[in-house]
Design a binder for this molecule. Structure first.
Ligand code: C2E
Ligand code: CA
Ligand code: CA
Ligand code: CA
Length: 279
C-alpha cells in the first residue's frame, strides 16, 4: 500500500509540475499577446424582451494563442488578473470595444448599451474614472452608450473606494451593472448605496428556473427587488424558449444567451444589428 501511495504521490507531483509549467508558459505567452495581435473581442447581443430588439451587447475577450489555439477565458483571465496584466489588457479591450461600437453605431438604437467587463484589479488600480474618460475621449465613444460590469465582490472589498469610483463613473453618464448577481456576498441594503443601473441575474439561477422551485423563487425575488429599487434586469445564459417564456411572464426586462445569439465577431454583429428582432 505504501508503494502505491508513493507512486500516487509521484504522479500527483508530476501533474502539479506540468500544471505549473503550463501556467508559466501561458503567462509568458500572454505577456506578448497584445503585440502579437493574439487577442480579439466578441460581442454578444442583449435583448429587450418586450420588443425582441437588441438594446445592448456584452464585450468578451478572446485569445487565439499561436501555441494552444483558442484558450477559454476561464483559463487565461485569472492569469491576467493574478499578474496584473488585466489592467493593460482591460484598457485594450475597452478601446477595441469603443471602435467596434463606432463601426456599427449607425445600425444601433440611440440608447444602445455596450457592456464591458471590469476586473477588480482595474478597480483597485486607482484613477479608473480618469483612465476611462481618456479612452472615451480618444476613441470618440459617447459615454451614454457605455456600461461597465462589476461584481459584488468588487463592491464589498472596499465599499468606500467603490462608492467614490462608481459615483465618478455614474456622473460621467456611464451605466453600471452588477454581474453574476446572486453569486457573491453583498447585503441587499448595500445595493442602494451605490449608483447602480442594472442587475445581471447569474446564469446558474436561470438554468433550471422552469423546473426548480428554489431557482424560480430566487429569480422572482431578484425581479421584485429590482423593480422596487428601480434597477433594470438582464437574465444571463438564456438558452431555451421555456426560459424565455418564464422570464417574459415574470416581467424580466432583458436577457442574454445562446437562444438569441452566441458571442460573435464585429462583422457578424453588424448583420445582427440590422434585424428588427432577435426573438
Ligand atoms: P461573464 O462576464 O459572466 O460572461 C458571460 C459568459 O457566459 C461568457 O463566457 C459567455 O460566452 C457565456 N454565455 C453567454 N450566453 C451563454 C449561454 O446561453 N449559455 C452558456 N453556457 N454560456 C453563455 P466567456 O466568454 O467564456 O467568459 C467567461 C468569463 O470571463 C466572463 O464571464 C468574465 O468574467 C470573463 N471575461 C471575459 N471577457 C472579459 C474581459 O474583457 N475582461 C474581464 N475582466 N473579464 C472578462
Ligand atoms: Ca459579464
Ligand atoms: Ca455574468
Ligand atoms: Ca460568470
Amino acid at each position: 500500500a505504501k508503494k502505491t501511495g508513493r507512486n500516487n504521490f509521484q504522479f500527483y507531483s508530476v501533474d502539479m509540475n506540468a500544471q505549473a509549467s503550463l501556467r508559466l508558459a501561458m503567462e509568458t505567452a500572454l505577456r506578448r499577446a497584445v503585440e502579437q495581435e493574439e487577442f480579439f473581442i466578441h460581442l454578444q447581443p442583449q435583448v429587450e424582451l418586450e420588443t425582441g430588439k437588441m438594446n445592448g451587447a456584452e464585450v468578451l475577450l478572446r485569445w487565439n494563442s499561436s501555441q494552444w489555439g483558442l484558450v477559454s477565458p476561464a483559463e487565461f483571465i485569472p492569469i491576467l488578473e493574478d499578474t496584473g496584466m488585466i489592467e493593460h489588457v482591460g484598457e485594450w479591450v475597452l478601446t477595441q470595444a469603443c471602435n467596434s461600437f463606432l463601426n456599427v453605431k449607425d445600425k444601433l438604437a440611440d440608447d444602445f448599451k455596450l457592456a464591458v467587463n471590469l476586473s477588480g484589479r482595474q478597480f483597485k488600480g486607482g484613477n479608473l474614472a480618469s483612465r476611462i474618460r481618456y479612452i472615451l475621449a480618444e476613441t470618440g465613444m459617447p459615454t451614454k452608450n457605455l456600461e461597465l460590469e462589476i461584481t459584488e465582490t468588487m463592491l464589498m472589498e472596499d465599499p468606500e473606494l467603490a462608492t467614490l469610483t462608481l459615483s465618478e463613473l455614474s456622473d460621467m453618464g456611464i451605466s453600471l451593472a452588477i454581474d453574476d448577481f446572486g453569486t457573491g456576498y453583498s447585503s441587499l441594503s448595500y445595493l442602494k448605496q451605490f449608483p447602480l443601473n442594472v442587475l445581471k441575474i447569474d446564469s446558474s439561477f436561470i438554468r433550471d428556473v422552469t423546473s426548480d422551485k428554489d431557482d424560480a423563487a430566487i429569480v422572482n425575488a431578484i425581479l421584485a427587488m429590482s423593480e422596487s429599487l428601480g434597477l433594470m434586469v438582464v437574465a444571463e445564459g438564456v438558452e431555451t424558449i421555456e426560459q424565455l417564456n418564464y422570464l417574459k411572464q415574470h416581467t424580466c426586462q432583458g436577457a442574454q444567451g445562446y437562444l438569441f445569439s452566441k458571442p460573435v465577431s464585429e462583422e457578424q454583429f453588424y448583420e445582427l444589428a440590422q434585424k428588427d428582432t432577435l426573438i
